[in-house]
Write a protein that binds this ligand. Structure first.
Ligand code: UDP
Length: 156
């Protein structure tokens, strides 16, 4: 890890998140980002783009053989997404907790998916599922220059 992808296990741990097209269609960008801010993590990368098929294929390469893969690509490329890097204590595992289970039916109340959606195929937000995928996904979606290092008075 380095300043770009963060140091897993430290307070500079970083993870990749994306608000998927349904989040923008439903006007939930502020709601989702607000939950990350309130948790205490620091926003260190932010951009909006309609991803191309190639980018999404690489992002979800582990699912290439799944029956939902083509539908997943169509969904992810259907409109703009908000791609983000958040930094802070346990942001990788904690980010997954904040999202809740992949299937919103199994996501607990209080989680983003548990509170805000009903369908695994339209589950609002992506979060890296471990240190290796966090690193890989940050490098895939953001260049080094596109992430920001900045300090808050409360960090120390
Ligand atoms: N997905 C789907 N149907 C399924 C399983 C997954 O449409 O039965 C989609 C869903 O958008 C999910 C993404 O594929 O978020 C990636 O699946 P994964 O198991 O990695 O879930 P996640 O890490 O997003 O919780």
């Amino acid at each position: 890890g380095d300043a770009w992808t963060g140091m897993p296990g430290s307070i500079t741990e970083r993870s990749f998140f994306a608000i998927k097209p349904d989040g923008l269609q439903r006007g939930l960008v502020g709601e989702v980002m607000s939950r990350f801010e309130r948790k205490g993590w620091k926003l260190v990368g932010l951009k909006m783009l309609t991803p191309g098929r190639q980018l999404v294929e690489r992002h979800y390469e582990e699912h290439a053989d799944k029956d939902f893969f083509e539908k997943l690509l169509d969904y992810m490329c259907s409109g703009p997404v908000v791609a983000m890097v958040w930094e802070g204590h346990n942001v990788i595992a904690g980010g997954r907790k904040l999202l809740g289970a992949t299937n919103p039916l199994e996501a607990g109340a209080g989680t983003i998916r548990g509170d805000l959606c009903t369908n695994a195929g339209r589950n609002l937000v992506h979060a890296s599922d471990g240190p290796e995928s966090a690193r890989r996904e940050i490098e895939l979606w953001f260049s080094r220059e596109e992430t920001v290092q900045w300090g808050r008075a409360t960090d120390p």
